[in-house]
Design a protein around this ligand. Sequence first.
Ligand code: GAR
Length: 193
Amino acid sequence: MVKLTGYKKVKAAVFISGTGSNLKSLIKFSKTKKSPISINLIISNNPKAKGLKLGKINKIKKKVFNFKKNYKIENRILFVLKEHEIKVILLAGFMKILSKNFITKFKGKILNIHPSLLPKYKGLNTHQKALNNYEKYAGCTVHFVNSKLDSGKIILQKKVKITKNETRDSLAKKVLIQEHKLYPKAILKVFNL
Ligand code: GAR
């Protein structure tokens, strides 16, 4: 559990790799009075991530790191996070796996959103996997990050019904709409609000 001190918002960094629609909804949420967090930094492994544009629009600092040299890069990220007094990390469509060492340094302070009803369908292609298994429901999960992929303690989940003729893309769209609502709710829950 993350504790709020006084009336100041806790500084968060959002890690992205692509479109950044979750980042967009998190920025919107962070600007509301009820939000316990402010977003002070956007980090990406992908210089072409569309979501990076949201940094400029919202005057949030952004940094791109080349993950090919993994170990040293994580140390540099940790340095930058410290520099910006970041206390919480929100993974939002971040497609790189963070090392155990990195996660330990931010223990209990890293959240992730995953497009499935965990523990089902960890990893990639979650929607196709759900369709292949003739699931009745799909959904999304916000969870704490631990050193095992998509396995940390679940904070909140939202189910969506899989309809007849559902495709991977139609399901992804439906789930994404729920993701945008679920992540802010999960943050409020983590802060006991
Ligand atoms: C989201 O559906 C998110 O749950 C998923 O990537 C998408 C990012 O969309 N994350 C993962 O699959 C992580 N394993 P966005 O860039 O528009 O937020």
